[in-house]
Design a protein around this ligand. Structure first.
Ligand SMILES: Nc1ncnc2c1ncn2[C@@H]1O[C@H](COP(=O)(O)OP(=O)(O)OP(=O)(O)O)[C@@H](O)[C@H]1O
Length: 480
């Protein structure tokens, strides 16, 4: 049996009253891909931080290649070939891709470093995402979230001296469309087949089932199950995570909304966009082909600014939560209520009990996991932050909800709750415009616009909303 690259034994980590890790033991051997799954707040990112050397456990030990390490930190992890792609992307936004590469690989310095760094990152991008068109001289802040995610992944796999041995991917495909995600997963399989190791965290269970060799399930800071991937089914994983399996998640209610009044529209180049009252309209296609821009245009056309109003015409759920979703210095409560202050105020003063009551309702409804809504928003796990953004939008009275891939990082159980809420709200007449990179979500929509090169390439409805039709329209612009 080869020695584990990293072995964490009985790790405990607490944040105040929250036991983020409650005695976790996990070893990763060379040549295996460990799938790590669990509900939002189960402790996945925390164990990743321990393995990556970013967080010292309050109790427990860490060993590498059979040697127990008295001191372990980010530098020790890096020198042992441990790399991590974080859920919250970590590149410097004001630097170019090449400059960011130079920061990661410190010894690339000296005369000609730009050329060397460019070669390193482009080689890795070409290997993982053949056919990509990312210009590595561009500033990272100007890239789309999908492109940034691709660069982060390529950076982790890049080799410039210290070869990567263990790569931790924390929800690496959350912003990638199906074809980019498949390219990345194929690369993971190749890397593992050549002796590398990967920890793959994802809420998209079929990715884990088709890529991991072993799957570990976490719940409330503990490992509750661990088996070879072949011994798991999607149903079994959901149950082990503590969620109820609901069969109707994939069902799309067939509704005829042709006579409903138009709630929001945009007429521009190509097919006009139109969404009717009570309709759930999906925006699909390859990532970065104009879906987010369409949402922004729809928002701008209905609201002159982004200020909260008592009767807003539209509300928006941001997908890039760190960039334009959460207020990082505010509490969970303030982040949730900010869009509906008009409803919660009397004579210009926000009523604290009404605000707390509404927040409490949403905390229960979509299970925002925190002991106290007055805690800082950054004390929440990524998926729980995303739930707050969703609750913020839905708690307004806006008749139109624009959603920019809003389920990034949300766990399976909560997604099912959210799908049900969307269906109920739509039945009451609310309109949803939903950009999603997940096929399962696109299939929940009444009607779907497929985007290609900034414009609508096809419109699909009813049984025509299939993965094959969406892919055909995404690549060739074929109308179904
Ligand atoms: N800096 C912090 N301060 C306070 N609590 C924290 C902090 N970081 C994490 N926690 C808490 O620790 C627990 C575990 O969080 P962690 O981010 O590891 O969950 P996760 O399994 O990665 O969830 P997700 O699927 O949403 O990413 C959560 O309850 C979270 O609220």
């Amino acid at each position: 049996m080869p020695k584990a690259i990293i072995e964490v034994a009985d790790a405990k980590v607490s944040f105040g009253a929250v036991k983020a890790l409650d005695g976790v033991t996990l070893a990763i051997a060379p040549g295996e891909c460990v799938g790590l799954v669990g509900h939002n707040g189960a402790g996945k990112s925390t164990i990743v931080s321990v393995i990556n050397g970013g967080l010292a456990p309050h109790q427990g030990s860490i060993a590498s290649d059979g040697e127990v390490l008295a001191r372990y930190g980010i530098n020790a992890a890096r020198s042992r070939g441990v790399r991590c792609v974080f859920q919250e992307l970590s590149l410097c936004p004001n630097l170019t891709v090449v400059e960011n590469t130079r920061i990661l690989h410190r010894h690339l310095g000296g005369l000609g470093w730009r050329r060397r760094a460019k070669q390193v990152i482009e080689q890795s991008l070409d290997a993982i995402f053949p056919g990509h068109d990312i210009n590595t001289d561009r500033t990272v802040g100007d890239l789309s979230i999908a492109e940034r995610q691709m660069v982060e992944i390529a950076m982790a796999f890049s080799d410039a001296g210290i070869a990567p041995r263990l790569i931790i991917l924390d929800e690496p495909t959350s912003s990638l469309d199906a074809s980019l995600a498949e390219q990345m997963l194929a690369h993971v399989r190749r890397f593992v087949a050549s002796g590398g190791s990967v920890i793959l965290i994802s809420h998209i269970l079929h990715e884990i089932l088709t890529t991991a060799s072993r799957i570990v399930v976490m719940k409330d800071g503990r490992i509750v199950a661990e088996r070879p991937a072949a011994a798991w089914t999607e149903h079994g994983l959901v149950e082990a995570m503590g969620s109820v399996v609901k069969g109707e998640a994939h069902r799309r209610a067939m509704r005829d909304l042709a006579d409903a009044p138009v709630a929001i529209e945009h007429v521009g180049r190509g097919t006009p966009f139109r969404a009717r009252r009570g309709e759930i309209v999906g925006l699909a296609g390859l990532a970065g082909h104009g879906q987010t821009e369409m949402l922004m245009r729809l928002h701008a056309a209905s609201s002159a600014d982004w200020l909260p109003r008592r009767d807003p015409a539209v509300t928006f759920v941001a997908g890039d939560r760190r960039l334009n979703g959460i207020f990082e210095l505010w509490s969970i409560l303030k982040n949730l209520s900010v869009a509906a202050l008009g409803d919660l105020a009397q004579h210009g003063v926000v009523k604290g009990d009404a605000e707390a009551e509404r927040a409490g309702e949403w905390k229960r409804r979509i299970e925002i996991r925190t002991p106290d809504m007055a805690s800082h928003i950054l004390s929440l796990s990524g998926g729980n932050q995303q739930k707050v953004l969703f609750a913020r939008a839905l708690s307004t009275r806006a008749p139109v909800v624009l959603m920019d891939d809003p389920m990034r990082g949300v766990d399976v159980g909560t997604k099912q709750e959210v799908y049900e809420i969307i269906r109920q709200e739509a039945a009451r007449g609310r309109t949803f415009v939903w950009y999603s990179t997940e096929m399962e979500e696109v299939c929940l929509c009444d009607r779907v616009y497929v985007f290609r090169e900034g414009a609508i390439a096809a419109e699909l409805q009813g049984d025509a909303v299939t993965e094959e039709n969406i892919l055909a329209a995404s690549f060739a612009g074929l109308a179904a």
